[in-house]
Ligand binder design. Structure first.
Ligand SMILES: [Zn+2]
Length: 126
């Protein structure tokens, strides 16, 4: 994901993602940054907002440890949380398997050169 989007998400959701800034100062358990395309930005933003709101309402600790694309869908690994938060993540992972990872428009899972990816028609490699 673009570095400026990653910094924006860390700034908005430090309880979930930890802290990172443009000077390279960081304190996060998120390994390897956001390993997916910018097209998933909006839904990941909404997911992190919902998780952080749940954490603040309940006092639960929750820390994202890995966020990446795998087999055309999102994998969001975390420590802490509860069943409520797990359900939010399940829903987001399911929705993102129908959204183009490049542009965020409706897409579908496709196998391209042996890789399972989620793309709209315009962003499907030929
Ligand atoms: Zn697209």
């Amino acid at each position: 994901m673009s570095p400026e989007i990653e910094i924006e998400l860390h700034t908005k959701y430090p309880k979930v993602l930890g802290y990172i800034n443009e000077e390279g100062t960081y304190k996060t358990r998120l390994w390897g940054g956001f390993q997916c395309g910018d097209g998933w930005h909006q839904l990941i933003d909404t997911l992190c907002a919902s998780i952080q709101a749940r954490a603040e309402a309940t006092g639960l600790e929750v820390h994202a440890t890995q966020i990446k694309e795998k087999f055309g869908s999102l994998r969001f690994y975390f420590q802490g949380g509860d069943d409520h938060i797990s359900g939010m993540i399940d829903l987001a992972e399911e929705l993102l398997s129908k959204i183009c990872e490049i542009c965020g428009k409706p897409g579908q899972k496709k196998t391209v050169q042996g890789w399972l990816i989620t793309r709209c028609d315009a962003h499907t490699p030929t």
